[in-house]
Structure formats: structure tokens, C-alpha cells
Design a binder for this molecule. Structure first.
Ligand code: WT7
Length: 658
């Protein structure tokens, strides 16, 4: 641990200066690109697609809007995502460049070059083919953060199989639900994962999921030996990754797929009970992952880039697996957690690997601020962070004080902080500052990227003037947008292009407001029943269904309560079939229900608080009055009109004090 003086001269509120000589150098350059996209939309995207992707057969059509909102981009072009991410670097001088610096939970480090990564991907791709997996098949990936995670995703892409990655913190039931919905034929997993010094099961969770109904189509389970922990084995279904790789040659002809061939399906929470499979295309998706690596992160040859997300989320897809490799970056991949062995782990790793671009979540920053305040040994000032030149955040709004701390204490007052707004559905960044152009304002994601026509409208789809809050929409299609909800085209149309708004606007699902003077965007939060817990999207309905499935529960309602560290905390209101429990009994039951939700969905969905009542507060027509429950959860006095509530007295049981 080295102590280094950082320049703390900058006043607390000053925004860090912008970088110079960047991909987009100055506001004039930004505006020129915005105008290029506006004056010749298809020409703009075609130019980017030619400059940033390698095509096996060039496209002649750019955008097909004939079946809007089911847009098609670069439709007659042929390419392969893994070729673009790996093979390109065998010829562009990057073959021996480090692709991944992997730091394990226990601190051990493994590196792999682009040439080696290419070989591993080819071996696994060959093995997948040898197991009968073909273009268009779906493969589940349930792996820890690892080089193998990237290898598995890229190997699927190489043969045109669609991957569906499930975060290792999800339960057997959640994994099962997703594998059945997507109709998977194979699973790639590990024996166990290591996080915070503990071994946690993965293979046995897969075994449990495969015992449930509807999984007969899964003929192959490939297991990466991570810990050597004991697991059950089912021949010939189960096979070791290292044995498969050893038996295959290290080259593999990629499957040349159409631009619109789906690259993957990634499940995310919506406002209904079941998670939805967001389907992305090959070319449009990869294009934006590559372009935003250059524009937003201004990636340069000698950068060491680190995104702390998990491959189980879209950030891990776009900004670990695909974006960095498409542009030939050297990146750090970290297996563990930010607080183990202590809360200095991130800073220590930045110093050890000389990270220059660091991309993380506001929730992590806030918890590390807390830790640094109580233990000066884990304060970022204690570490040599001089290698940093750019900081980014994603996943939830970042409050100005956390933004400023990040800029000052981590960025040393010299690194721009980029608050990147985007979503699983958008594939890549949408509204974000550019490090060489956009003047920064703490708490704002600033301006849309060139080509992204973001706007704010009212409930009828009419655009609102700056200074007036409303619904965030995107007016024009863009290449990396989702193509479908897997198996449910209607849900795609009605959810993202709702008729209420005229059917032509992409509805993000967030509220937003533009600054009256600058036009900068600030995201005000979800407008649907989706919570943002530690930067993870959780549907309230999903948690409610899980609770309602417990044999003792009659009814449940779930709301979010603003939380200083994790953004939103999950609060559940529960009515049991039997009498309302009190005291110790209530506490024990709450623990039991929390564990149940952990088992049904995963630990991230466990309610922070569970409150019991005799009945659910409802309107006379039988609708649960969520707005009142939200106020009760916050501990607010209820100013709202209660005349429509059938049973207002029950609010007191739920913890409301007049
Ligand atoms: C939702 C999307 C994008 C990758 C990680 C999350 C919220 C995301 C920001 C930001 C304010 C943000 C929105 C959005 N969100 N980034 N910079 N500022 N809110 O992807 O799980 O699809 O969640 O996260 O509410 O709709 P996701």
C-alpha cells in the first residue's frame, strides 16, 4: 500500500476539466456529428458501420422501417461478432497485446493475449459444434466473473448460437424460468464461484434447475473447474470445459450470420411478474458497443480499462465481453467483491494494474465513501491512483455529492466523471457526457450521443419544453436497440412503442427533465413498477409473486423506499392466511419470508423490511393503494386523500403513525 499526494486544490464543487485531443474533441465536433446524423440519418449510421465493423459481405441496405417498430439494420450484410472482437486483432498488430488481466477473488492474477483468447474461443466453439450445437440454438451461461465467461460468450457468438447469461446470484428457480423461456439446449457453468473468500455453488444450482419440468431439451452441461469443490456428475450430459478444449484445434471458421441474426437474449425485470428476454442483434448491437468505447471512453492503445460490472448484466455484455474486445482494449476483469478483504480493494487494484479508465456503479461508490469515512486505511487517498484519466458510472442516478467525491478523491480532480445513462434494451450508452467535449455537471447525464434523438414528452406523446419533467423517449430508431422480447413480439410493441404515445416513440420507462438553460438531461427515476436496488433492476411484481407463492402468505405488496446507499430498498407489506404475527413471531416470519424470496429469485431480491397487516389497503374497487404504501414505507405523514381507501385503519398496522 503506497501513500501518494493527490492534488486537492480544486474547490469542492468544481467539475473536473475535460480531456483534450479526444475522439470527439470539443463541443463543435460533437455538434457536427449530431448534425451529420440529423441531416443524413442512414448515411451517418452506414458510415459508422463501415468504419467500425469488419463485414464478411458488405451491407447494401441501411435501415428497413417497413415493419416498424420491428426495425432492421444493415440487413443483407454478413459478419461474425467473435471475428470482429478477436480475429481482427490477429492482423492489426494487437495479437500479442493483453486482452484480459484477470484478478481472482484471492488476488492471484492471470493474463491472456488476444491470440490466446482467440485460440480458447475457437477451441470451445469447435467443442460446442461437436456437441451438436448449431447456429440459432440457445446456450445458458451461468458463470462467475472470469476469462472463461468471456470465452463462453464469444464461443457462442462464433458459431451463431445465442447466449443467455444469468447472473450467478440468481436462484435455481430463476435460472430454470429463463432456460425454459429461451428454450436452451446447453448450459455452461462452473463447479463453484469464489466471492469474498467464500466458495458458493453453481453446478449444483444448475442440477437443481435441470430437475424441474421443461428442461429435457438440455443435452449438455459444460463445467469450468474453478475451485475443485465436489459436485455431482451426470454422464454424458456433463463435460469438463478443459477436456473439451484440449480435444479441439485452436482455429474455427466462424459462422457468417446476417446482421440481424440475434446475438443474445438477456433477461431483465419489467413491470409484470415474469422477467423478459431482451433480444439483441449482431451488427447493430456490436457497432454501438464499439463506437461508444471510442466516443464515451475515448479508448486509446495503451489504456487499461476496468468495468466492475458482472457479465450477468448488460453492462458486462457491452462493456466487458464485446465493446472492449471489439476495439482491442486491455481490460481488467475482477472475480470478487469491492469490500473484500477490505473496502480498499478497488483502489488497490487500480494502483496494481495501472487502470486508466474506471467504470463502476454509484451504489459501489456510496458504500466505499461510507467505508472510507470510518476507516482511513481504505480511503482512496492512501493509494496511488495517478494512472486514472477517466471515470464512469452507470446503473442508477448518481447524487451530486457522490459524484463530487468520486471526481475529487478518486479522480484527483483531474478525471472527467461520465454519468452514462442507458438500459438493457438500448444495448449501449444513450445519454452521456463526452470526455473531450461536454462541460460536466454533477448529477446530470448531460446530452444524448450523436444519432440518439432523446426527448421528453407528456402522456400523450407531445414534446415538453426544457425545464418541464416528463417521460423519456427516443424519437428515431438506432442500431443497438433491442429487436424483440423473446417469444413475445406483442410485449415488445406495447411495452416500448405504446399506442398512447402514438406508437412511434421508444419509451424508456424513466422520467426525466431537461435543464432550462443547457438542455442537459437529468433522470428522475422509473415511471413503472420497477425498482433500482444497488443498480439492479427488480420488478415489484416479481417479488410480490414470489412472496405470494409462500404457503403462509395470502397477499403481498412491494414498494421501494429511497435509500442513501443502495438507491432503493425493498419494503414488503404482507397479509398472512392466518392471524397477523407480532413481536418475535413477526421477526421470525419475516426472516423466513426473506430467505424464501432469496430461494425463489436470488439474494438481491430479498426485502430489506417486511411488515404485516390484517388486510391490504385497497380502493373500493379492490386496487392496492401503492402510493399510500410508498408513503408509509418512507415514514411520511399521509397528506393524501384517503376517502377512496376501503380500510385506512390497516395502514396503522403496517407501521404508519399519525
Ligand atoms: C435502468 C436500466 C444500463 C446498464 C445498467 C442498468 C437506470 C441506468 C442510469 C444513469 C440514472 C440510470 C434507469 C434505467 N439507469 N443508468 N446513469 N442515471 N438512471 O441496466 O438493468 O437495464 O436498468 O437503470 O432507470 O431505465 P438496466
Amino acid at each position: 500500500m503506497s501513500t501518494v499526494a493527490i492534488n486537492h486544490q480544486a474547490p469542492e464543487t468544481a467539475a473536473p476539466p475535460l480531456l483534450t485531443d479526444t475522439a470527439i474533441d470539443g463541443m463543435a465536433a460533437y455538434e457536427a456529428l449530431v448534425n451529420e446524423a440529423r441531416s443524413d440519418r442512414t448515411g451517418f449510421w452506414a458510415r459508422l458501420a463501415r468504419e467500425h465493423l469488419s463485414w464478411h459481405r458488405p451491407f447494401t441496405k441501411v435501415l428497413d422501417e417497413s415493419n416498424a417498430p420491428f426495425f432492421k439494420w444493415f440487413d443483407d450484410g454478413l459478419l461474425n461478432a467473435s471475428y470482429n472482437c478477436l480475429d481482427r486483432h490477429l492482423h492489426d498488430g494487437n495479437a500479442n497485446k493483453t486482452a484480459i488481466i484477470f484478478e481472482a477473488d484471492d488476488g492471484s492474477v492471470t493474463t491472456i493475449t488476444y491470440r490466446q483468447l482467440h485460440a480458447r474461443v475457437c477451441r470451445l466453439a469447435n467443442a460446442l459444434r461437436a456437441r451438436g450445437i448449431v447456429c440459432g440454438d440457445r446456450v445458458m451461461i451461468y458463470l462467475p466473473m472470469s476469462i472463461e465467461g468471456v470465452v463462453a460468450m464469444q464461443a457462442c457468438a462464433r458459431i451463431g448460437a445465442l447466449h443467455s447469461v444469468v447472473f450467478g446470484g440468481f436462484s435455481a428457480k430463476s435460472l430454470h424460468e429463463r432456460m425454459v423461456d429461451v428454450g436452451a439446449v446447453a448450459v455452461i457453468t462452473a463447479d463453484e464461484q469464489m466471492r469474498g473468500g467464500k466458495n458458493l455453488p453453481l453446478k449444483s444450482v444448475v442440477d437443481e434447475a435441470l430437475k424441474m419440468a421443461g428442461t429435457d431439451g438440455i443435452h449438455t452441461v459444460i463445467v469450468y473447474r474453478r475451485t475443485g469443490g465436489s459436485i455431482l456428475w451426470d454422464e454424458p450430459r456433463d463435460c469438463w470445459l478443459h477436456e473439451l478444449e484440449a480435444a479441439q484445434p485452436d482455429t474455427c471458421e466462424p459462422e457468417w450470420v446476417g446482421a440481424e441474426h440475434p446475438l443474445f437474449v438477456l433477461y431483465t425485470s419489467g413491470s409484470t411478474g415474469t422477467p423478459k428476454g431482451v433480444q439483441h442483434s449482431t451488427a447493430g448491437y456490436l457497432l454501438w458497443a464499439a463506437v461508444t468505447m471510442k466516443w464515451t471512453f475515448d479508448l486509446r492503445t495503451d489504456d487499461v480499462y476496468w468495468c466492475t460490472a458482472d457479465i450477468g448484466w448488460i453492462t458486462g455484455h457491452s462493456y466487458i465481453c464485446y465493446g472492449p474486445t471489439a476495439v482491442g482494449a486491455t481490460q481488467v476483469i475482477f472475480e470478487g467483491v469491492p469490500t473484500w478483504p477490505d473496502a480498499g480493494r478497488f483502489w488497490e487494484m487500480i494502483a496494481r494494474h495501472k487502470v486508466s479508465i474506471f467504470y463502476t456503479a454509484p451504489t459501489a461508490i456510496r458504500s466505499l465513501i461510507k467505508a472510507a469515512e470510518t476507516n482511513s486505511g481504505v480511503h482512496p487517498r492512501r493509494f496511488d491512483l495517478d494512472s486514472l484519466r477517466l471515470l464512469g458510472t452507470v446503473g442508477e442516478p448518481i447524487n451530486p455529492s457522490a459524484w463530487e467525491w468520486f471526481a475529487r478523491e478518486v479522480g484527483g480532480g483531474r478525471c472527467p466523471v461520465l454519468d452514462t445513462f442507458w438500459q438493457t434494451e438500448t444495448g449501449g450508452h444513450m445519454i452521456t457526457p463526452l470526455p473531450g467535449a461536454t462541460p460536466l455537471v454533477a448529477g446530470s447525464c448531460t446530452l444524448p450521443l450523436p444519432g440518439i434523438e432523446a426527448a421528453i414528452v407528456d402522456e400523450t406523446g407531445c414534446e415538453l419544453p426544457n425545464g418541464q419533467g416528463g417521460l423519456l423517449v427516443v424519437k428515431e430508431p438506432w442500431p443497438s436497440m433491442l429487436r424483440a422480447i423473446w417469444g413475445n413480439p406483442q410485449r415488445f410493441r406495447s411495452g416500448y412503442y405504446p399506442a398512447d404515445l402514438g406508437g412511434k416513440l421508444y419509451l424508456a420507462g424513466d422520467g426525466a427533465i431537461r435543464d432550462a438553460q443547457t438542455g442537459y438531461f437529468t433522470i428522475t427515476g422509473r415511471i413503472d413498477d420497477v425498482l433500482n436496488v444497488s443498480g439492479h433492476r427488480m420488478g415489484t411484481m416479481e417479488i410480490e409473486s414470489a412472496l405470494a407463492a409462500h404457503p403462509l402468505v395470502a397477499e403481498a405488496a412491494v414498494v421501494g423506499r429511497p435509500d442513501e446507499t443502495i438507491g432503493e430498498a425493498i419494503v414488503a407489506f404482507v397479509v398472512l392466511k392466518g392471524p397477523r404475527p407480532q413481536g418475535t413471531e413477526a421477526r421470525q416470519l419475516a426472516d423466513q419470508l426473506r430467505a424464501w424470496v432469496g430461494k425463489e429469485i436470488g439474494p438481491i431480491a430479498k426485502p430489506k423490511e417486511i411488515r404485516f397487516g390484517d388486510s391490504m389497503p385497497k380502493t373500493r374497487s379492490g386496487k392496492v393503494v401503492r402510493r399510500l404504501l410508498r408513503s408509509v414505507a418512507k415514514g411520511e405523514t399521509l397528506a393524501q386523500d384517503m376517502s377512496t381507501v376501503e380500510n385506512p385503519a390497516v395502514l396503522r398496522q403496517f407501521g404508519h403513525h399519525e
